[in-house]
Design a protein around this ligand. Structure first.
Ligand code: ZN
Length: 471
């Protein structure tokens, strides 16, 4: 039963913390009790005990808990069976559900993400339309429709004040040009880095048909200089390679030039923000509501949902011709796909949102927790993510993270994972690729591993505090 699980979680956490203290100070059973009593959580638990006991009594029907293990072997028949059971339960869903308690008890951020994402998306679509007009006779990259990515568009941004709306604008080669993606060295980070080589193509045949452009390869240079805009190689490239920073600067100029042509500019304000590898700005609506927007650019790998993008790498220095592989579009698509599959009161985004909040100031990245949640979403039956299962799933996430830390291994969700839903379009080499270990640095560095284990304990404590105090 969920209440029992909740208590187990709290008591485990308190005793664990007490034992940690004792490990440092020498062990005695009397001291164990003393240390437990000293934990402020102990008294807090006592405080909420009565409240939850009352809740417990009012639960008319035991909720049918799904297998909470993070066992990767759960089959699709398990999934179906649990879903059927959940259907039967639906009608008898008690109002006194423990899930409802946490929905009301925890101070969730006040935000209207769906509305704000649409506002931002409409603005960027307007920008792209104007950009295309401004660029119609040039040989700059052709801009595709933007794709909303990251926590805001996936629906789990932790705090209103921190929201950055990230959009990826796919770049296509202009006429007479081709893009070739070249896989570079692994470098300092485990992510795969690419370069985008720009090659000129003969347009002599096309020119005869359309009489529109001179062939960059076969027309005299003087004629080209006089009658045609320069090729992409002479604008946004360094050597033969597309340059991220030059592309970012170009976007800045475009945004500033296009702003006055947008309907929004009559009542909104635009403020450009510094960024070397993306185009970042703040817009303030007429009602003073502000949005921070980051436009990144990317080149698609074939027809897949995987791009190489301008996003920053974790490396201290990233050359301006380096385009790291980006899974942001595939991740956003995964969350959209899941939104269509989970029960109507699914709390999977709430779980992620809660973790993103308590992670602030801890060494784990939100990407680590997001990866854990994606793995679990892909393996735990989807009917097990309802509001009533909130505490169980929060616990599962901790357990999964702990196992990964102990094994010093957290697999990347897309590279080398055979269980990615087929709706996500991956390049052919992805499933056969060697799984990428996001915790590789812990294998090589014992100090980093010890630190990560300490941070895990800190996270466990913060989770307990969140469940008890609601903030
Ligand atoms: Zn030619």
């Amino acid at each position: 039963m969920a209440v029992i699980q909740f208590f187990t979680l709290l008591v485990q956490s308190i005793l664990w913390n007490a034992l940690q203290e004792l490990e440092q100070s020498g062990f005695a059973w009397g001291a164990l009790l003393f240390a437990a009593l000293r934990q402020w959580q102990f008294w807090a638990v006592a405080g909420v005990l009565l409240l939850l006991f009352a809740l417990c009594c009012r639960l008319r029907k035991r909720s049918q808990e799904v297998d909470s293990s993070s066992d990767e072997e759960s089959s699709s028949s398990d999934r179906e069976q649990v879903e059927e059971e959940a259907e039967e339960e639906d009608n008898s869903d008690s109002e006194d559900d423990l899930g409802r308690f946490f929905e009301e008890h925890i101070q969730w951020p006040v935000q209207n993400l769906a509305r704000d994402c649409q506002v931002v998306k409409d603005l960027i679509d307007n920008f792209i339309l104007v950009f295309r007009q401004l660029l119609s006779n040039s040989f700059f990259p052709v801009l595709d429709s933007s794709i909303g990515v990251g926590s805001a568009f996936e629906g789990w941004s932790p705090r209103e004040e921190d929201i950055i709306y990230r959009l990826l604008v796919p770049l296509k080669p202009p006429h007479g040009h081709a893009f070739h993606l070249e896989l570079g060295n692994r470098g300092e980070t485990p992510a795969r880095n690419f370069r985008v080589r720009v090659e000129l193509e003969c347009t002599c045949m096309r020119e005869q048909l359309a009489q529109e452009m001179l062939c960059f390869l076969h027309h005299p240079e003087e004629e080209l200089r006089r009658d045609q805009d320069p090729s992409l190689l002479h604008t946004l490239c360094t050597g033969s390679y597309l340059d991220v920073q030059k592309t970012a600067r170009w976007f800045y100029q475009l945004v500033q030039a296009a702003w006055v042509l947008l309907p929004q500019s009559s009542t909104w304000r635009l403020t450009m923000l510094p960024s070397r590898r993306s185009c970042k700005f703040r817009v303030t609506e007429g009602n003073n509501k502000t949005h921070i927007i980051e436009m990144m650019f990317g080149v698609q790998q074939g027809n897949s949902d995987i791009f190489v993008s301008s996003q920053n790498t974790e490396a201290i220095f990233t050359p301006s011709t380096t385009w790291p592989e980006s899974y942001a579009v595939a991740e956003a698509k995964f969350f959209r796909h899941m939104a269509g599959q989970v029960p109507h009161d699914s709390f999977h985004l709430r779980c992620l949102q809660a973790y993103a909040r308590i992670l602030v100031g801890i060494g784990f990245s939100t990407y680590t927790l997001k990866t854990v949640v994606m793995h679990l979403l892909n393996t735990i039956p989807l009917s097990g993510w309802r509001r009533r299962h909130f505490v169980l799933r929060m616990e599962d996430i901790m357990r999964y993270l702990r196992r990964c830390l102990e094994e010093k291994r957290l697999d990347h969700f897309f590279l080398g994972n055979e269980r990615v839903p087929e709706e996500i379009n991956l390049p052919p080499d992805f499933q056969t690729a060697e799984p990428l270990n996001l915790f590789q640095h812990l294998v090589q560095d014992p100090d980093a591993h010890a630190e990560a284990m300490r941070e895990y304990m800190d996270l466990q404590e913060r989770l307990t505090r969140l469940l008890i105090s609601g903030r």
